[in-house]
Write a protein that binds this ligand. Structure first.
Ligand code: DGJ
Length: 401
């Protein structure tokens, strides 16, 4: 009988430890309930000593949103507890912009001290309309984990020109007609895009907003960064003090350079923007931009900061991932968070979290490591000892992939 108890105890203990095991990059990660973490295209809010990881709650077979935005809470970035759905799709009203079956991607949450609300922005595509709507959605909540109430979804900055566009640029843009550039990707078309062909096209109805990021600057101003103009040009747009609208002030970044997955952070006197190219769910090489002010001038493409000596995790493909967020921890560690998409079985997509380091001349580097980075609680320990400490049997997995 004693053996039965002992066996059961050991079984429960090992199941618990397994569920809390620090998984390696690209492996399945599990929550404290033993379920695979489902928070894709996400970001992390830090609030009162806790981390709130929000992401797309993906289905097993479709990329359409059948649930909404998931939320996981952790104190150490290692053990994640699943919370109730933070923002639910509308299952009762098929005409709602967030009707079940819409496409709801890359949710991010920030806290607004003015309203004491948590504000979530996301990329929204209407049900059955592919990626044509290109809307920015917003939802708010009183508590970090939600529930979030949908506020609105719309195109951005209708009728407004970017900050700093001069008279000559305006005149040039006004000469551009889509019918004169029917063939895409020619040098003339590229120049026309850079000069605002699509900016002009969408001026009245508002600019497209797809892959997105939020950033709250040191002075408390919040910004919405998104792929606009058919994913050809990024925009950085200022939000109102309540963080739920655009002020109308925005800039274009890297016109015509086709960037997705923008991740913005600040380090060493620079604003850094790490993006991907546009190849659907397939990985491609990351691109880097920097500026002395969020309003520019943005310089780049400065190249791909990724490095890898693992042939199956090539730097030229961002280790098979696509960026979603840069999380700066209280100890200054910056984590590049990326998704490894599995579009045929979306819920099984994986996560890659890697620390950002800097070269002697201050350029960011992201080096492939199979092991997830340490939590703030064990600052000072190397990834290896952190990992080994928790699960010595996995030591052999540390080197290479
Ligand atoms: C790449 C984007 O980064 C994803 O968020 C998603 O929109 C896919 N494209 C869709 O193909």
């Amino acid at each position: 009988m004693r053996n039965v108890f002992l066996f059961s105890f050991l079984f429960i203990l090992s199941a618990t430890l397994c569920a809390q095991r620090p998984a390696a990059n690209g492996e399945r990660w599990y929550d404290t309930g033993g379920k695979q973490i489902n928070a894709h295209g996400g970001g992390v809010l830090q609030w009162k000593g806790r981390y709130y990881w929000f992401g797309e709650d993906k289905d097993t077979v479709t990329n359409a949103a059948l649930t909404g935005v998931s939320c996981y809470v952790s104190r150490d970035l290692r053990r994640w507890k699943k919370m109730p759905t933070a923002l639910s799709v509308d299952t009762t009203d098929a005409t709602s912009p967030i009707a079940r079956g819409c496409t709801l991607e890359r949710p991010k949450v920030i806290y607004c001290p003015l309203t004491k609300q948590f504000v979530m922005w996301f990329h929204l595509e209407l049900k059955g309309r592919g990626y044509s709507a290109a809307l920015a959605g917003v939802a708010t909540a009183r508590r970090p984990e939600g529930p979030y109430t949908f506020v609105r979804a719309e195109r951005v900055n209708a009728g407004l020109l970017p900050v700093g566009m001069n008279q000559a640029e305006r005149q040039r843009m006004d000469t551009l007609r889509e019918e004169n550039y029917a063939e895409w990707w020619t040098p003339q078309w590229r120049q026309a895009i850079a000069d605002g062909l699509f900016l002009r096209r969408d001026l009245r109805g508002g600019q497209m907003a797809r892959d997105m990021q939020l950033y709250v600057d040191a002075d408390g101003t919040a910004y919405h960064i998104y792929s606009s103009e058919d994913n050809l040009t990024l925009h950085i747009a200022e939000l109102t003090p309540d963080f739920t609208r655009h002020t109308g002030r925005y800039i274009r970044v890297a016109p015509g350079q086709q960037n997705e997955a923008p991740c913005l952070w600040r380090h060493g006197g620079w604003y850094w923007l790490l993006c991907s190219g546009c190849t659907g769910w397939a990985p491609n090489a990351a691109r880097l931009y920097r500026a002395p002010s969020i309003w520019g001038p943005w310089e780049g493409d400065l190249g791909n900061p990724c490095r890898s000596d693992a042939p199956l995790r090539p730097a030229s493909k961002t280790f098979l991932g696509q960026g979603t967020y840069v999380l700066t921890l209280p100890n200054g560690t910056e984590l590049f968070m990326a998704d490894e998409w599995h579009p045929q079985r979306p819920a099984d997509g994986r996560y890659l979290w890697l620390p950002i380091s800097y070269t002697a001349d201050g350029m960011p580097r992201i080096v492939w490591e199979r092991i997830k980075v340490p939590s703030k609680k064990i600052t000072g320990k190397s990834c290896r000892s952190w990992h080994t400490m928790l699960n010595p049997r996995r030591m052999k997995c540390v080197v290479g992939y």
